[in-house]
Design a protein around this ligand. Structure first.
Ligand SMILES: NC(=O)c1ccc[n+]([C@@H]2O[C@H](COP(=O)([O-])OP(=O)(O)OC[C@H]3O[C@@H](n4cnc5c(N)ncnc54)[C@H](O)[C@@H]3O)[C@@H](O)[C@H]2O)c1
Length: 439
């Protein structure tokens, strides 16, 4: 029962190259997981593209295919990996250092992980203060560095005989930056690249290289990266899908699950105090106040957008929202996040909710990298370009069109994602109205 013809989508034939600037904990856990799934060692837990289903038509039709059978996605066996890092470690060495994976998985996946080694990075210590990089590109200016990135990509394309490429930023969080004049037009940005403008961050150089080549770009960190007019316009011109920012995992994931529920029942919130201990390299980078500021802005926006205090001043007008991250090496990648939520109900009576989430950051982030890579590749084959708001499901701080507020509610985001897939295939959108069952 379909509403129309849907959109022409080029088939996913040939190999897909996934480019990863930043081959640390998240990227290596992602690569290891894909290889483990391909080898039949594990199941793709947490991935909408691999495990999710999508309901089509009326409930009485009982049509719920797997997402990957409904839209043409690249097969896991057709994926090749490459990346850049400011340390020369292979994916095996980096995964071992990251300490996410158990020994048995590391041993089983070692032969494959050793085949993936990073190119030297485009790196600037001013943007990530805590890292002492040893594996970096040199060039006469930032444009030269962007061209070197494009050459790396081209050599990978040829060497692996790739049909398509997609880039997902998995590098460290850069210091907090706002847009300046250099970010407003592509002409100003390209001139800034040639003149080494200090406001052009390394992540912007990778994003520029990808978008210029028409390669979809997804940003897993909260850095501006491709979230400014110059690169958004370039993406439209080169027919490139882009999106970000900051993978939605851990504490923010919990917030965007819980806050919509409290709001649905119109329970008030006086305060939400969130604190974390984290001992991986990401935690170390975030110990620098300037990198933490970027993360904090990304994390703080979520509650305001979900609770809409301007519409519900009596319930959410005075909320005190605090977020802390403490670097605590003994925990490694196994973060512990505590939330204390002060809520109130009927007649203003106070109540409290406590969450203690013993999570594994990279285990939560890895399936998002896979889904983003496959959906961004789908978007490109469906001729969708510019900001892909339908993929905000995956981000803490979703990139949206100018003038729009981002949608943070995880369930609305999922509905938006699935309705976009239905729209692409010409299936009826699901409104959950359901009156027809009672006519
Ligand atoms: N793990 C999660 O749940 C999660 C959630 C949201 C966002 N993130 C973000 O994802 C990113 C990766 O997280 P992670 O845990 O893998 O961190 P990580 O520190 O283990 O890995 C980041 C890697 O990026 C490299 N790097 C830094 N600058 C680079 C550059 N300019 N070019 C190439 N490589 C560069 C570092 O050397 C490091 O190996 C971070 O920005 C983090 O904030 C992670």
């Amino acid at each position: 029962m379909s509403s129309g013809k849907g959109r022409a989508i080029a088939p996913a034939t040939g190999k897909l190259g996934i480019l990863l600037p930043g081959m640390g904990a998240v990227a290596t856990t992602f690569i290891a997981g894909v290889e483990a799934i391909r080898s039949g060692l594990v199941k793709p837990v947490g991935s909408v593209t691999q495990t999710g289903t999508i309901r089509l038509g009326k409930r009485t039709e009982k049509r719920s295919p797997l997402v990957k059978d409904f839209v043409p996605l690249a097969e896991l066996n057709d994926i090749e990996f490459a990346g850049w890092d400011c340390f020369p470690d292979s994916a095996y060495v980096a995964a071992k250092k990251a300490g996410v994976l158990h020994y048995e998985h590391l041993v089983a996946l070692k032969p494959f992980l050793e085949t993936v080694s990073p190119w030297p990075a485009v790196f600037d210590q001013n943007y990530v203060k805590k890292l002492q990089a040893t594996h970096v590109k040199t060039g006469k200016n930032k444009m030269d560095l962007a061209e070197q990135v494009m050459k790396d990509i081209e050599s990978f394309r040829k060497a692996k005989n790739l049909a398509r490429l997609v880039m997902v930023w998995c590098g460290s969080t850069e210091i907090y930056k706002k847009e300046t004049a250099v970010h407003q037009t592509i002409e100003a940005f390209e001139q800034g690249l040639r003149e080494n403008d200090p406001d052009i961050a390394p992540s912007m150089i990778y994003a520029y290289a990808a978008i210029k080549m028409g390669i979809p770009y997804a940003n897993g960190a909260p850095n501006l990266s491709a979230d400014f007019p110059a690169l958004i316009d370039l993406a439209k011109k080169t027919g490139t899908p882009i999106g970000g920012k900051d993978f939605k995992t851990g504490q923010t994931l919990m917030k965007t699950i819980l806050a919509p529920g409290l709001k649905a029942r119109l329970l008030g919130v006086d305060g939400w105090f969130s604190t974390n201990i984290l001992g991986n390299r990401d935690g170390e980078v975030l110990e620098d106040p300037e990198s933490f500021k970027t993360k904090e802005v990304s994390k703080l926006s979520v509650l305001d957008e979900i609770l809409q205090p301007h519409l519900y001043p009596d319930l959410y007008g005075k909320i005190c929202h605090v977020v802390r991250i403490n670097y605590y090496p003994p925990r490694g990648d196994n973060k512990e996040g505590w939330d204390n939520i002060d809520i109130f109900g009927w007649m203003g009576y106070p109540m409290q909710i406590k969450i203690d989430f013993l999570c594994r950051d990279s285990i939560l982030a890895a399936p998002l990298v896979l889904d983003l890579a496959l959906f961004f590749d789908l978007a490109k084959r469906a001729q969708m370009s510019g900001i892909q708001e339908w993929l905000s499901f995956y981000f803490k701080s979703p990139q949206v069109a100018p003038g729009l507020y981002p949608e943070h509610d995880l369930f609305i985001q999922l509905m938006k994602l699935k309705n976009t897939l239905r729209h692409l295939r010409g299936e009826d959108l699901i409104t959950h109205l359901g009156l027809e069952y009672y006519d």
